[in-house]
Design a binder for this molecule. Structure first.
Ligand code: URA
Length: 287
């Protein structure tokens, strides 16, 4: 029996109150993420194979620990994501509205990020018929809470940049992946590939004139480039949809989170935005 005032030591010999106090200390010190000692092979991330999506299925309450059992599929090339991509394509093609697309993304189980601690899917915000689409990397902590992209510090800076370029209210904002990567790590190319059919469908539905790719992870994935953002930024590329039906001008630029860390780079982002604004407002050629 334990006497009053004694610490409730659990079976593993850990005092929960001491643990709580230690965690509070780390949180006060600004530590909001924990890592394991051993590195995790993200290429071997778990991907749940697509399940047939029952139409009008009754809502289910599923405990987090019961979601998406780990299905080991890793090979030396990483997990086999082809089935998940095919399922994403099929679901995306069925969506005739952005609302339907948001619902399809939220119900999709093929991206491993959904089961790595994200609270909910984060799809998009902004004008459904915007001439400009901004594509970021992936949701962060604040986006994960609000289920909206670019609403944290980097998002506030992005809004200011868009405002300074005279484009407020003329933008649709989304990301290459729809769930927060744990610890805000960069999404893997596999995670981005699985989400890509939804991204393409959102471009097809919004029909923007111009794409702005925020940061290297977005630019490399959307344009299939291997160069770094410092060489890609400020240049125009043609983005073409995977079925070849749509081509749009796309410009990579520095990510606002990078600009928060390196304010000296804002000048370069500003020159990118001036080119962007000119292109958005350039009159369409007839025919
Ligand atoms: N960074 C991104 O790339 N996307 C967000 O939604 C937020 C931060």
């Amino acid at each position: 029996m334990r006497g009053q005032g004694q610490s409730p030591i659990d079976a593993a010999g850990i005092d929960p109150r001491a643990l709580e106090s230690l965690l509070a200390f780390w949180a006060d010190a600004g530590v909001d993420t924990t890592y394991e000692d051993a590195p995790v092979d993200r290429l071997a991330a778990r991907v749940r194979p697509p399940q047939p999506t029952p139409r009008a299925a009754a809502p289910q309450v599923v405990a987090r620990s019961e979601q998406a059992p780990a299905i080991p599929q890793a090979s030396s090339q990483g997990p086999d994501i082809s089935a998940a991509i095919a399922e994403a394509r099929r679901l995306a093609a069925e969506c005739e509205t952005l609302e339907a697309l948001a619902a399809a993304i939220a119900a999709f189980d093929g991206c491993g990020l959904k089961f790595e601690g994200a609270r909910q899917a984060v799809f998009a915000r902004g004008e459904p018929n915007a001439p400009l689409m901004v594509i970021g990397e992936g949701p962060g902590a604040e986006e994960d809470v609000q289920s909206l992209p670019f609403v944290g510090r980097a998002g506030k800076l992005l809004d200011k940049m868009i405002g300074a370029a005279g484009l407020t209210g003329r933008v649709f904002i989304t990301n290459t992946v729809y769930w927060r990567p744990p610890g805000n790590r960069t999404p893997t190319p596999q995670e981005q590939m699985v989400c890509q059919p939804f991204l393409e469908r959102s471009i097809a539905l919004v029909k923007p004139k111009v794409l702005l790719l925020a940061g290297g992870a977005s630019a490399k994935s959307v344009l299939q480039k291997s160069e770094g953002i410092l060489s890609l930024r400020g240049r125009w590329f043609d983005w073409t949809s995977s079925d070849g039906a749509m081509t749009l001008p796309a410009m990579p630029t520095l990510h606002p989170a990078f600009l928060l860390r390196q304010p000296g780079a804002k000048k370069r982002a500003w020159t990118d935005l001036l080119m962007l604004e000119e292109r958005v407002d350039r009159p369409e050629r007839p025919g």
